[in-house]
Design a protein around this ligand. Structure first.
Ligand SMILES: [Zn+2]
Length: 75
């Protein structure tokens, strides 16, 4: 059995989530394992250049807020 390298590279204790080393990898994970339904990737606010995947907050889906606002990052 080939030991496949996982797409996620670590674990973020602060957020309790898997860390992906790139946005591309996080997106791939969503596509392949979550069907992309209501999920999105977003940058971890603590580990620079790394990403988490998570459910879209209800406010974002309804267009009340942007993901950046929910996670405390304004652009
Ligand atoms: Zn994090």
């Amino acid at each position: 059995m080939a030991n496949k390298q996982p797409d996620w590279t670590g674990y973020c204790d602060a957020h309790g989530k898997r860390l992906f080393s790139s946005r591309k990898r996080a997106r791939k994970q969503i596509r392949e394992h979550r069907n992309g339904k209501g999920m999105r990737e977003y940058p971890c606010t603590l580990v620079d250049g790394h990403f988490h995947i998570g459910h879209l907050p209800r406010e974002v889906r309804r267009g009340y807020k942007t993901v950046a606002e929910v996670h405390g990052r304004k652009r």
